[in-house]
Design a binder for this molecule. Structure first.
Ligand code: ATP
Ligand code: MG
Length: 638
């Protein structure tokens, strides 16, 4: 871990950290003043552990801050440059966005949606999705977006849990050139739910759909709606949305976010991390169905009046050059994506990205999983041409926004591949042992947050008790994210994977991310997942699953030896896997995260049960294929 990169943008505001360290409450108080408030707050933070309420008594509106505030100076500026999977495109200016949002706010009102009601949005990545979210925010309805790859059962659970009055969907959505019939899925999902009063349908794919008396076409409602709807003055703590976490570790949790604190967090982190300028063209590849899409596709860029690209489809459709093509076409300056996507692009080699003009890029970001140093360096060299800082941002659905990240908009510090560097100003993050004591530098432990922060979740929807036990019961008055980490002697944080995935071999604790990064650093390896399984002799042994890059011809026997050798030199013999399985795919959630608990089940020869109950309906066949292949290779090797 010796290589560092002295790349910065020359910004330096050392005062910010000094202020934040001396008093985080008054620090965030100052940050909140960068937003538009209808009336000021009386109390900056009301902290009744573990419940935090920020800017109490202040009134604010998310849609007003995203749209109305830009109408004087930026009404004709593009807010969204939309690219359809099939090549369609649309540009929406800040003025057009405001018009559409006000109209849809009036539509929702006409359907009886009131402040405090919930509205489920099950839409593809089309501009109607942010429009509907902002329309909910405008009238104080709480939106709950469900990723458009989810199955009827997943939607049914969520709609029921949130008791949504209205569901907004589309006739269909494009995924890899095929039409996913979303309206059909909704019909099945809400059958018998009388509390759902209406379903609004956007026509995207024009496939045939059944319309019942509950169902209304978006276009018909919008044609009759007035384009004037003043934004509601909402309490700072008013619930903006419910979002269910991606489900890597089991049953999804309904994370509830408020308004004033959440927006303050996003406004500041977007400026610090991306150093956003009026001339930037920002591209975040996240689906709005995930928190990254909520925070850094919808709210943060619009708060800043930025221009951003929104892409509808699969990142490798029609081929592996699609992302580079979009970056070139729209002259993107900032690109924010995931390690899983980067590993996929890397698998196809450098020739493809090298044949595009990516010279406008000035900043690159990643989120979602630990980024392997090997992949970091590839991103830095091949995509950023050694001139763009890599912003490795650590955060969660629950944190609302980034908590650990390099911040080129604030300060210039050396980067280290694989480290998210330092906590953002105004949060106190450290690494502790099982007893909650700070560990020595370079010692592995659990990441904790020692104070409340503005983007923090309000609670889990309808389940305060679960909120307390999941996040606040391991350590007193400390937020426990469930991630394993290490702080080096420069104070840089290294995220080492999930705490519940830690490999315990002969008394040693090895993070899954450490071992996977080592395996991925082999030239022929594209992806890897490791997990521990019980062993009669050793207590636990490690097994590894490896996906090779395209076109690798070396025999797996040779590769296995080389990988083992690498692990022995880089980490130590203790981390040598008992078995390495070469597979063509790893089972992942639709947000691209490896489902290690399933690999573990296979490794243990357990029945993995009915895969159709997996959260992710659309990936079931892929997951099943991966399972079958792994099981076959286990059998073959025995
Ligand atoms: P669930 O909570 O349902 O299991 P999830 O944790 O995958 O799902 P998210 O909130 O989307 O849902 O993901 C947050 C997690 O992703 C973090 O806890 C961490 O494990 C991982 N993560 C996110 N960003 C990074 C990063 N930059 N480096 C390392 N890990 C990251
Ligand atoms: Mg989580």
């Amino acid at each position: 871990m010796s290589d560092t990169y002295n790349i910065g943008l020359g910004n330096n505001e050392p005062d910010t950290r000094i202020k934040a360290d001396s008093d985080f409450v008054s620090f965030w108080d100052d940050q909140a003043k960068n937003l538009f408030w209808f009336s000021p707050w009386e109390k900056t933070l009301d902290w009744q552990p573990p419940f935090a309420r920020w800017f109490v008594g202040g009134t604010i509106n998310a849609s007003y801050n995203a749209l109305d505030v830009h109408q004087d100076s930026k009404s004709q500026k593009p807010a969204i440059l939309w690219e359809g999977e099939n090549g369609d495109s649309r540009i929406l200016t800040y003025e057009q966005m405001l018009t559409e949002v006000q109209k849809f706010s009036n539509v929702l009102k006409s359907l009886g949606v009131e402040k405090g009601d919930r509205v489920t949005l099950y839409l593809p990545m089309i501009p109607e999705l942010p429009i509907a979210m902002l329309a909910c925010a405008r009238i104080g309805a709480t939106h709950t977006v469900i990723f458009s790859g989810f199955s009827a059962t997943s939607i049914r659970d969520r709609v029921y849990d949130s008791k949504s009055k209205v569901v907004v969907t589309a006739d269909g959505g494009y995924r890899r050139g095929k039409i996913v019939k979303l309206k059909e899925v909704v019909d099945e999902a809400i059958e018998g739910f009388d509390f759902v009063k209406n379903v609004v349908v956007v026509e995207r794919t024009k496939n045939e759909i059944q319309m019942s008396s509950k169902d209304k076409l978006w276009i018909d409602l919008m044609n009759n709606a007035s384009d004037n709807c003043p934004a509601e003055k909402l309490d700072s703590t008013h619930p903006l949305y419910i979002l269910y976490t991606s489900g890597t570790t089991g049953k999804p949790k309904g994370v509830l976010h408020g308004t004033g604190g959440y927006l303050t967090h996003l406004n500041s982190t977007f400026k610090w991390a991306f150093d956003i300028k009026d001339s930037d063209v920002f591209f975040c590849t996240a689906d709005i169905g995930w928190v990254t899409g909520h925070s850094y596709v919808v709210y943060a860029p619009l708060l800043h009046g930025a221009t951003e690209i929104m892409y509808e489809g699969a990142p490798d459709f029609p081929d592996a050059s699609r992302m580079w093509d979009i970056l070139q076409k729209y002259k993107a300056t900032i690109f924010y994506t995931t390690p899983t996507a980067l590993r996929m692009f890397m698998k196809f080699g450098d020739e493809i990205p090298n044949s595009f003009d990516l010279s406008k890029l000035r900043l690159l970001g990643t989120v979602g999983e630990p980024i392997n140093p090997e992949v970091w360096r590839w991103y830095y060299k091949t995509i950023g041409k050694e001139k763009c800082p890599i912003i490795d941002t650590w955060w969660q659905t629950e944190t609302g926004g980034m908590l650990i990240s390099p911040l080129p908009g604030l300060e210039t510090i050396p980067l280290k591949p694989g480290s998210g560097t330092l906590p953002i100003p105004g949060v106190n993050i450290t690494v502790v042992d099982e007893n909650g004591k700070d560990v020595e530098p370079n010692t592995k432990g659990y990441l904790v947050v020692k104070n409340p922060w503005p983007g923090m979740l309000l609670t889990l929807w309808g389940d305060d008790e679960k909120y307390k036990t999941v996040y606040w019961s391991k350590y007193e008055n400390c937020y426990y994210p469930g991630d394993y980490a290490l702080k080096d002697s420069d104070g840089y944080l290294w995220l080492l994977g999930r705490a519940d995935d830690v490999l315990k071999v002969a008394g040693h604790r090895i993070g899954t991310a450490e071992l996977e990064s080592c395996i991925v650093s082999h030239d022929d390896v594209a992806e890897s997942a490791v997990c521990g399984i019980p062993d009669e002799v050793k207590g636990e042994v490690i097994i590894a699953f490896v996906v090779l890059k395209e076109g690798v011809i070396t025999s797996t026997n040779v590769l296995e030896k080389e990988i083992v050798e690498k692990i022995r030199t880089d980490i130590g013999a203790i981390a040598t896997p008992k078995q390495i399985y070469f597979v063509s795919k790893l089972p992942k959630t639709r947000s691209g995260k490896i489902m290690r608990r399933l690999l573990k089940a296979i490794g243990n020869n357990e029945k993995i049960g009915d895969v159709s109950t997996l959260e992710d309906g659309a990936a079931v066949t892929e997951v099943q294929t991966a399972f079958d292949e792994i099981q076959k290779s286990i059998k073959d090797s025995n």
